[in-house]
Design a protein around this ligand. Structure first.
Ligand code: BYC
Length: 481
């Protein structure tokens, strides 16, 4: 019998889904594989394909103990198809099919919507690898370089996860979509990635940390919602993806925190108390706190757009059809069908923002976005505690949800980060106060220099408190070739 927790490394594609007995899907994946490797070689980390990287690879899917660390050349990473263990007799937890057995096959009437969810999710994964492909060249340490590459190979594995679902459950159309996922390119005018934030540049390491803090957390919220799905293969796939996602957000939160720490240390050492003494602080070779805030403003607002419109019939349909649940649906105490329920949605009305009760079903994107904001604020609070400990008078703050938006109710209005309305000219003339200007970008870029001496770090970032896999500070996380 197949041990659902063990990963079969005998087939060319590691998996715990019994691929060796599923010739049709194995063949489809084997056919897709060379195109995938071409994509990785063309769009994956630039200049490091021959390097030996100390990576973790999944060897099982049980919670804890699933990872094995070793030196690997990235093109030889064992990407594979891994699903969380099957829960016998699982019942659907929400929507009109609540309490029915979870589906092991795609219900015909939901084929199109499920396929769309898999394609959108799948499209973001290679996009992030493309956005980050040049960052190895300016890594502030081997520790950071290794974390970047770990994030990259795992995002690429998440692409595999969605491609498996598309090829196994969606026939010819699914195979065509799997090809499409290798065809689109982040930021390309003619064949862009599907969602806005995944076509933006990640120009420097501070952006990378902000992206992994803010945008990967949207990933977490969306995956959590899909992990509740009545379509069991999607639920199991996303549940395993979430175990990998946790490290990505750790890279983001601790990365920002280490940048902040280095700035605080340098300010204290130089006797600078005013965090807005930007020229003096930059002269120390560290990133001033207001610039860190601007980067946070940008990445938070871009990530909010990933939740779609506040009022969405797509979201209502996905929930009602038991395909995409709420964050922690199984922990919520209500009817799980949202019959007659309402949810307060923040709306611009006559120049004011007011909370208006809307049917909870159509307000699901808004609810998930609120859950996201709550979680995101947790990290901001931790950064502020760090400021306090350092005795520096500066407070990080998330901007209003109305600030710098391109999707939803606020996409046609302009506001300050505090949420005060502005006309377009005022916004454009003041936007450099709130979002990274080209000068800010040039300054941060000027600090980005590769550091490859084991145990050494660039001057704008503090070392981490502990190493990966309990390694000592001078461990050679990447052996450059
Ligand atoms: N950009 O009813 P609406 C991750 C489109 S990140 C461009 O408002 P809906 C990761 C929408 O497609 C998580 N277009 O929204 C993180 C629709 O188009 P059609 C990725 C957008 O459908 C870091 C129209 O506007 N996973 O994993 O309720 C590194 C009206 O849509 C955008 C998912 O998102 C946008 N921002 O919600 C690596 C989960 N927003 O159909 C990875 C799957 C909306 O009219 N996706 N549109 O042509 C979904 O659940 C939903 O599709 C969305 C949108 C939440 C994205």
């Amino acid at each position: 019998m197949l041990d659902a927790n063990a990963v079969d490394y005998e087939t060319s594609i590691p998996n715990n889904v019994g691929l060796s007995n599923d010739r049709r899907v194995l063949k489809a994946l084997e056919k897709w594989h060379p195109g995938y490797l071409d994509w990785w070689n063309e769009m994956g980390p630039e200049g490091f394909q021959e390097s030996l990287v100390y990576l973790r690879t999944a060897v099982g899917v049980e919670p804890g103990g699933w990872a094995k660390f070793d030196y690997v050349r990235m093109p030889e990473y064992r990407w594979g198809v891994l699903l969380a263990p099957k829960e016998e007799d699982r019942l659907i937890g929400f929507g009109q099919h609540k309490d029915q057995p979870a589906w092991q096959e795609v219900p015909g009437e939901y084929r199109a919507i499920l396929q769309r969810l898999c394609v959108i999710q799948g499209d973001t994964e290679p996009a992030s690898v493309e956005q980050q492909r040049h960052l190895g060249k300016t890594a502030p340490s081997l520790y950071d370089m290794r974390n970047l590459f770990q994030v990259n190979v795992e995002e690429a594995r998440h692409l595999w996860a969605m491609v498996y679902l598309l090829q196994k459950y969606f026939g010819k159309e699914g195979r065509a979509e799997a090809e499409g996922l290798l065809f689109r390119r982040s930021g390309d005018d003619d064949k862009p990635r599907m969602l806005g934030a995944f076509n933006e540049a990640t120009p420097d390491w501070l952006s990378f940390f902000m992206f992994t803090y803010f945008t990967d957390r949207d990933g977490k919220m969306q995956l959590e919602s899909l992990a509740q799905s009545g379509f069991d293969p999607l639920a199991r796939t996303t549940r395993f993806m979430l175990t990998e996602e946790a490290h990505h957000m750790f890279v983001g939160e601790s990365g920002v925190s280490r940048v902040i720490q280095r700035t605080c240390d340098a300010m204290k050492q130089a006797g600078i108390e005013n965090p807005f003494d930007i020229d003096k602080i930059r002269a120390l070779g560290v990133i001033d706190l207001p610039t860190i805030q601007k980067k946070a403003n940008l990445h938070y607002s871009l990530s909010l757009d990933l939740f779609g419109s506040e009022i969405s019939t797509n979201a209502a349909t996905a929930f009602n059809n038991s395909l995409k649940g709420r964050y922690k649906e199984d922990k919520i105490e209500d009817d799980h069908q949202l019959i007659n329920a309402t949810y307060p949605v923040l709306k611009p009305v006559d120049g004011q923002f007011v909370l208006v009760d809307e049917p909870a079903l159509t307000a699901l994107n808004m609810r998930l976005r609120d859950d996201y904001t709550r979680e995101t604020n947790g990290g901001v609070r931790r950064w502020n505690r760090q400021m306090n400990k350092n005795g520096i008078d500066f407070e990080f703050k998330l901007p209003s949800v109305s600030f710098n938006r391109s999707i939803g109710l606020f996409s046609n209005i302009h506001t300050t980060p505090e949420g005060e309305a502005l006309n377009q000219d005022e916004f454009l003339s003041r936007k450099d106060e709130w979002l990274p200007s080209s000068d800010d970008g040039a300054f941060v870029s000027s600090l980005m220099e590769q550091v490859t001496e084991p145990g050494s770090f660039a001057g704008w970032i503090s070392p981490p408190r502990i190493g990966i896999d309990n390694k000592t500070g001078d461990f050679e996380y990447v052996r450059l070739q």
